[in-house]
Design a protein around this ligand. Structure first.
Ligand code: NAD
Ligand code: UDP
Length: 317
């Protein structure tokens, strides 16, 4: 490679950020990860310490970000991401989506770097259009408890588009749908880690509501491939990346239960608890745009992805 690109990843010690660090290191980039560990974990990137192409900066990105030297790409992934985290950290979530995105964009402008924003299917809220296309504007309750995350991400998209239009910054926006895999925090309260943690430890799995709400779960390596392609593409408007295979949460709990049972012999009970406020009733990405513009579609089906993820958690117990 004549010029070794430098890629900076905010939230680099988190679940997705750490997998992105791995991917860009594998592609031969120099990677700078920035994180304040508010929901991330140094263990996620411990294997990269000592790699000459990897640098870690402990910093809160809502404060001015100083980085020496050239930067070619900035991937802005810093933000609490699970409903429990943003319920516990509402102000930090709003600040990192607004002030943090502003600082990361400012750095991209100063370095003339291409900027990629980690947005979310939550910008569609409790959707009235199903499946969700990028043209859908969403149905979000701005004052509900999820509003701190949804509105922060909607603001982040707006300021990213403003930097593109007014400062002519090269920007990309990925709308990520529920993604799972190794390195999720077992206690982050999201469905997959919560179900796996309960099942492998012989505790009841708790399904919220009657479990008829749907989600569409994407394995992390598929997501990373989609993000990599989007960054290098010429697509400047938001692109959904997710796996369109939709499932009810009750069916999903039963899939986890049966894989764990095969692995451990333990048969987890399923119990029910009240549905949290504003919990979206359905969610499924329309990925026609990603297919057309990026030549991307997911490769790992749920059975394979769940087996890999559950093995990871079982073996790191
Ligand atoms: P995560 O909590 O594992 O990672 C987020 C990381 O950001 C953590 O390491 C955390 O410490 C760091 N961080 C938060 N605020 C910070 C700040 N002010 N300064 C520096 N670092 C900070 O969550 P994740 O699942 O890896 O999500 C990463 C990104 O992807 C988030 O922006 C999230 O909104 C987005 N996303 C994730 C999903 C998913 O299914 N995992 C879906 C949609 C969007
Ligand atoms: N959920 C559940 N039990 C849990 C955690 C989550 O039934 O222990 C439900 C939750 O109410 C939601 C779905 O699973 O309907 C996905 O939740 P998650 O927090 O993983 O993601 P999000 O709601 O942000 O899509």
């Amino acid at each position: 490679m004549s010029h070794q690109p430098t890629t900076l990843i905010t939230g680099g010690a988190g679940f997705l950020g750490s997998h992105l660090c791995d991917r860009f290191i594998d592609e031969g980039h120099r990677v700078i990860a920035i994180d304040n560990f508010i929901t991330g974990n140094p263990d996620n990137i411990a294997h990269l310490f000592g790699n000459k192409n990897f640098k870690f900066i402990k910093h809160d990105v809502t404060e001015f970000i100083y980085v020496e030297g050239d930067v070619d790409h900035i991937l802005h992934f810093a933000s609490p991401a699970s409903p429990i985290d943003y319920l516990n950290l509402p102000i930090q979530t709003l600040k990192v989506g607004s002030l943090g995105t502003h600082k990361a964009l400012g750095l991209a402008k100063a370095k003339n770097a291409r900027f990629l924003l980690a947005s979310t299917s939550e910008v569609y809220g409790d959707p009235l259009e199903h499946p969700q296309k990028e043209t859908y504007w969403g149905n979000v309750n701005p004052i509900g408890f999820r509003g701190v995350y949804d509105e922060a991400k909607r603001f982040a998209e707006a300021i990213t588009m403003a930097y593109q239009r007014y400062h002519h910054l090269e920007t990309r926006i990925v709308r990520i749908f529920n993604t799972y895999g190794p390195r999720m925090r077992l206690n982050d309260g999201r469905a997959l880690p919560a179900f796996v943690d309960a099942a492998i430890n012989g505790r009841p799995m708790t399904v919220f509501g009657d479990g008829s709400q749907t989600r569409s779960f994407c394995y992390v390596s598929d997501l990373v491939e989609g993000i990599y392609r989007l960054l290098l593409s010429e697509e400047t408007e938001p692109v959904n990346i997710g796996n369109p295979s939709e499932i009810t949460i009750l069916e999903f709990a039963n899939e986890v239960k049966s894989i764990v049972q095969n692995l451990t012999g333990k048969d987890a009970e399923i119990t029910f608890k009240e549905l949290p406020a504003d919990d979206p009733k359905v969610r499924q990405p329309n990925i026609a745009k990603a297919k057309e513009k990026l030549g991307w579609e997911p490769k790992i089906n749920r059975e394979e992805g769940l087996k890999k993820t559950i093995d990871f958690f079982y073996n790191s117990k």
